[in-house]
Write a protein that binds this ligand. Sequence first.
Ligand code: 13P
Length: 243
Amino acid sequence: MAGNWKMYKTPAETNAYFEAFVPLTRDSGHADIVICPPFPALATAVAAAEGTAIQVGAQNLYWGREGAFTGEVSGPMLKAAGCSHVIVGHSERRQFFGEGDAEVARKAVAALDAGLTPIVCVGEKLDDREAGRTESVLMTQIAGALGAMSAAQFAALVVAYEPVWAIGTGRTATPQMAAEAHAIIRRECQRLFGDEAARLRILYGGSVKPENTPALMAQQDIDGVLVGGASLDPQSFAAIVNY
Ligand code: 13P
């Protein structure tokens, strides 16, 4: 159960959040919980999560180790800061910052090299869905991001399906639509990596709320959720985690 805070919350707000969230999830051993704050709040989140089962992830990274790349942050830096995960290829990165599948692939491998678990995001846009291109878009994104990986690399990552038209819009994919997309993703991973695909965790993201989580999580191929807006409130994210 992963929360993507996007560009929200200062370090002080992060502390306040964890004060409320930690007691609400102390007994939530059924799930792995990851919170992904913006870079300046990572150290605060790592400190606040100490002694709990909550893990901390970043929202982006660059594939270089270090160097003259103004404004970028590397995988080893995130690892050293206490992160366990990093979101890669979020649709907002693709849409607003020009990332394509080739960058996503390099970033995912860089994350793995640094010992981080990449949460690799894929998802179709509204016009793709309306034109019946959902399956081909997902297959292209999966093959483009993961296709050159080894089986061991594939085994160490998480995929998130986030239909772009469902992000922040209040329009959730129906559990059925999400399940179909997850099945497409698993099938493509099966083609690339064989039986290891059965163990892949695929998260659903896009207007996940406490109310729609149980029906999403009941779908066979939905192994977790990646939550934006509803993860910003500790009560609502705890209700999602404890669905
Ligand atoms: P919302 O939950 O706000 O729709 O965002 C989904 C998302 O993009 C998570 O990465």
